[in-house]
Design a protein around this ligand. Structure first.
Ligand code: HEC
Length: 145
């Protein structure tokens, strides 16, 4: 009897692991949050890519995000966020179709090799606000005043 119980426990563990694997793979592929044309190290881990902006329902906070953007980001990405030099256009479809969480990760982590600083020193709430502001921008859309 004992060996049989051991075997069935093993197979239960195997099934559980297989299911867990499916869930993780499912999450990563269903989020479609990443720009696959970018190098691997400049893509948010799946655990980040799935996050939603906690202030997404607060458009009133975008003006505060704009202030942070003009202070911290505009010197490289331009005041209207369309970018210049190596700093990309943050209003472009390529950037905008990435998830909130993926963009949050990029702003927080930065990419020192390519000249994007880390902004992990900014309070999280401010980083989410900046992203809220960027979401409110579409190409050529007027700035929030
Ligand atoms: C010193 C210049 C500089 C500043 C300041 C800066 N960036 Fe960047 N940023 C860059 C560069 C250069 C890249 C491109 C990095 C790459 O592609 O590897 C980039 C990339 C990004 C990306 C990724 C876009 C993509 O291609 O997926 C986001 C999002 C971003 N910046 C947001 C911000 C925000 C928000 C701020 C302000 C809090 C900011 N940046 C400040 C230079 C800057």
């Amino acid at each position: 009897v004992t060996p049989r119980i051991t075997t069935s426990r093993h197979s239960l563990v195997a099934i559980a692991l297989a299911l867990a694997g499916h869930v993780v793979v499912g999450m990563a592929s269903s989020s479609e949050a990443q720009d696959r044309s970018l190098p691997e190290r400049w893509r948010a881990p799946a655990s980040w890519a799935g996050r939603v902006n906690p202030v997404a329902g607060r458009p009133d906070l975008a003006a505060g995000g704009r202030k942070v953007f003009l202070e911290r980001c505009a010197n490289c990405h331009a005041a209207d966020a369309t970018g210049f030099g190596h700093a990309p256009d943050l209003t472009s479809a390529r950037v905008q179709r990435q998830s909130d969480g993926a963009l949050f990760w990029k702003v927080s982590t930065g990419n020192a090799y390519k000249g994007m600083p880390t902004f992990s020193f900014l309070p999280e709430a401010q980083r989410w606000q900046v992203l809220l502001y960027l979401r409110s921008m579409s190409r050529g859309a007027p700035l929030i005043r």
